[in-house]
Design a protein around this ligand. Sequence first.
Ligand SMILES: Nc1ncnc2c1ncn2[C@@H]1O[C@H](COP(=O)(O)OP(=O)(O)OP(=O)(O)O)[C@@H](O)[C@H]1O
Ligand SMILES: CC(C)(CO)[C@@H](O)C(=O)[O-]
Ligand code: BAL
Length: 374
Amino acid sequence: MLAHPVRGLTGSHVFNRTAIRTMATARRQAFETIPSSPIRVMRTVDAVRRWRKPQYLDHRIVSLVPTMGALHQGHLSLIRSAARESHHVVVSIYVNPAQFGIKEDLASYPVTWESDCKILAELDRELADDGGNLGRISAVFAPTTPEMYPSGFPGQEVNSKGSFVILTPISEILEGRTRPTFFRGVATVCMKLFNIVQPEKVYFGQKDVQQTVLIRKMVKDFMLPTEVVIGPTIRESDGLALSSRNVYLGERRRKVAPVLNRALKAAEERYLNGALDRKQLLDAANSVITGVLNEQSALSPEKRAIFEVDYISLADPSSMEELTEIDPKKGSILSGAIKMLPVESPQPGEDLGHSGGPAVRLIDNIILKPSTET
Ligand SMILES: Nc1ncnc2c1ncn2[C@@H]1O[C@H](COP(=O)(O)OP(=O)(O)OP(=O)(O)O)[C@@H](O)[C@H]1O
Ligand SMILES: CC(C)(CO)[C@@H](O)C(=O)[O-]
Ligand code: BAL
């Protein structure tokens, strides 16, 4: 819905109240909104700046929830938290090409603008009805790539030249080892989003735990005036972490996908029973993985779903560097990544998932909290 401002009225001699009211209404409506909602859609840096300025003057708390769209309950839980604690929630929807490697799934990444808008409009009504919120969803920022990269898009290659925000060594380990441009892309786009929206608070999900450590570090090291809030991982009933990429899985691989969460939970159980040693904890996780892989391998090609393990990690909570033993005063981050391979021998009519079911990278983690006795 795009309402245009009324032009030419100022030339009229009959400048009565109705005309003034019409002009005021037109000015108020001179922006795009999500249908059946008051949520503004802002597509340019300039539009955000114009909207943002009066919020400073009114001492309103503005928060930002950065997303790549294809919204699910994980995103909605972050938006709900933001609305409880701020007067205005801005949700950004932007599939940032710079964080995708050249061989990654940028071309097939789910883009679901219409349903995202419906989901946001519905959530906004829920937020309005709930007296416990400070604010609602005020705006969606949905820029284009030329808007976000005003000097031209630098490219997705590892050796691309351009203006980047790079944090090392955090960007080089774990996810960064397999996705060498990923955290450069994330830090760069988040710095841009923070500079555009100037949020008092930013909300990120624990599902992408290394991303949360990176963002906290960026905010600290570049003295950004924003508070980083991390929301819990929202899961399906069988433990699979919600992720926009789950749509790629299809039925056969979806059944096997909770293996990563089960493996991490087995290691967590050992920690909760007092184990601190890396080998003891990771053995528990690896034995779940080996068990499921053996089960799947024993099935015929038209029934099985095979995956590869990228890493299972036990890392320091602030640097994400690997630990040999957990310091119970600090705790640890237990995380993992697996690659679900495309199914073998697809069956006629089989649900293979979005885009024909390409390989899907799944990540998950559990925070091993410091023990309170020490
Ligand atoms: N299951 C979840 N629970 C809580 N937060 C989540 C969950 N999934 C994603 N988020 C958070 O939502 C924000 C936007 O993430 P994004 O749009 O990439 O969705 P995603 O589901 O992580 O997609 P992808 O499949 O690409 O990883 C990030 O801060 C991310 O950590
Ligand atoms: C933070 C983010 C929106 C940056 O593009 C993305 O990495 C994501 O969705 O987690
Ligand atoms: N949620 C992380 C975004 C990505 O994998 O590109």
